[in-house]
Design a protein around this ligand. Structure first.
Ligand SMILES: [Zn+2]
Length: 370
């Protein structure tokens, strides 16, 4: 189910920081021989900025880890440029600059070929930092006013992804950092509970990759959740919801209700999906860490895997210490699917609510007994 990219490395001290972006602010009016740059990316950025500003185009003829050769796209123009990495100074240098752009090529397109998404991502970095949910049309409008070109939706979208990655790290790095973050939380958040499961990582040839494990499941809860639950009604509602980001998976949540009928979240987990194994993982740790007390009422939908996990030995939940009931909303939804009658659906819900209050009352009575 999981993408192989979900690897979590607990052992590798190598740390490729995602924030190796360039801090080039200036767009030069002129280029000159001997001009120096810290990185190759910086050379490209300056060449781009220069050409975008002048409304001219260049293309890269040669590119290697130590060399960039660029020329005008116009074959009748003799503008050439050569930048190389100098080992002695550990800097990039503009070594050769020949010819002037004789082409006064008027801009005929709305977009500029040298206005790439990497270049744009640097320009919009502060915008994305202050508002990560900034819309793509806003980015397009910003580039239009800053650079004078109307870029495509796709380019703006890619630039935004790149900016988010530069600011917050990429997905792979985030998974990589997860164990460190969780152990930092365990160390500094008193009473924080985390249970994680990993599994062996296999490469595309099916061989096991040593020293690496893959993220599988994680369960967590906070001390206030555990402490607060003691003052809630003795009911626990569990449900799952799909995650629809880059990586799939399911978020499982357990909630209780306080005396004012307000929802009180008590435990969370990220799992591969609503499988019996995943529910067992969640229910087991939920019982162990958050609600070890007897006389609880567990409410869920009628998912076969929850019933399965609840009944399995070792889940911590038994008919002796709890009751497992089904959420009336799900029952009513199923009823609607079969009978399509809104009036009767309301009756079902009311009936369920009445029964639920009764059950709560019974549970509460049992609970108070202990
Ligand atoms: Zn030219």
């Amino acid at each position: 189910m999981h993408n192989v990219d979900l690897q979590t490395d607990f052992t590798d001290p190598e740390y490729r920081h995602a924030l190796d972006h360039v801090d080039v602010e200036y767009s030069p009016d002129s280029l000159f021989e001997g001009m120096t740059f810290n990185t190759k990316e910086e050379v490209q950025h300056v060449l781009n900025a220069y050409h975008i500003k002048k409304g001219l185009y260049y293309r890269v003829e040669k590119s290697s880890p130590t060399l960039i050769v660029a020329r005008c796209v116009n074959s009748t123009c003799d503008w050439r440029c050569r930048a190389a990495f100098i080992t002695k100074s550990q800097k990039w240098e503009l070594r050769k600059l020949s010819g002037e752009h004789s082409c006064s090529s008027p801009i005929i397109t709305q977009d500029h070929v040298n206005l790439g998404y990497v270049y744009i991502s640097k320009s919009i970095l502060p915008l994305v930092e202050s508002d990560p949910s900034i819309s793509i049309p806003t980015i397009i409008a910003h580039i239009k006013s800053a650079e004078g070109y109307t870029i495509s939706y796709r380019k703006a979208w890619m630039a935004k992804q790149k900016a988010i990655e530069d600011l917050h790290g990429n997905w792979e790095q985030s998974y990589h950092d997860l164990p460190k973050l969780l152990s930092a939380m365990s160390g500094f958040l008193n009473g924080f509970v985390v249970e994680k499961q990993t599994r062996p990582l296999y490469n595309q040839q099916g061989e096991m990759v040593h020293h690496y494990v893959q993220f599988h499941r994680v369960f967590w809860t906070f001390k206030p959740c555990i402490d607060g639950f003691k003052y809630c009604k003795p009911i626990v509602q569990v449900d799952g919801t799909f995650l629809y980001g880059k990586y799939k998976g399911t978020l499982l949540v357990a909630v209780a209700q306080d005396g004012n009928n307000k929802i009180f979240p008590i435990a969370f987990a990220i799992v591969e999906g609503e499988t019996a194994e995943a529910w067992f993982f969640f229910l087991h740790y939920l019982k162990r860490h958050v609600c070890p007390q007897d006389g609880l009422c567990l409410i869920s939908d009628r998912h076969e895997s929850i019933k399965n996990a609840y009944a399995r030995q070792g889940s911590g939940w038994t008919p002796e210490n709890s009751v497992h009931v089904f959420c009336i909303r799900h029952i009513a939804q199923n009823f609607m699917r079969h009978f399509k009658n809104t009036e009767r659906k309301k009756l079902i819900i009311n009936m369920g609510m009445y029964l639920a209050s009764l059950i709560t009352l019974i549970c509460f009575t049992i609970f108070q007994h202990y």
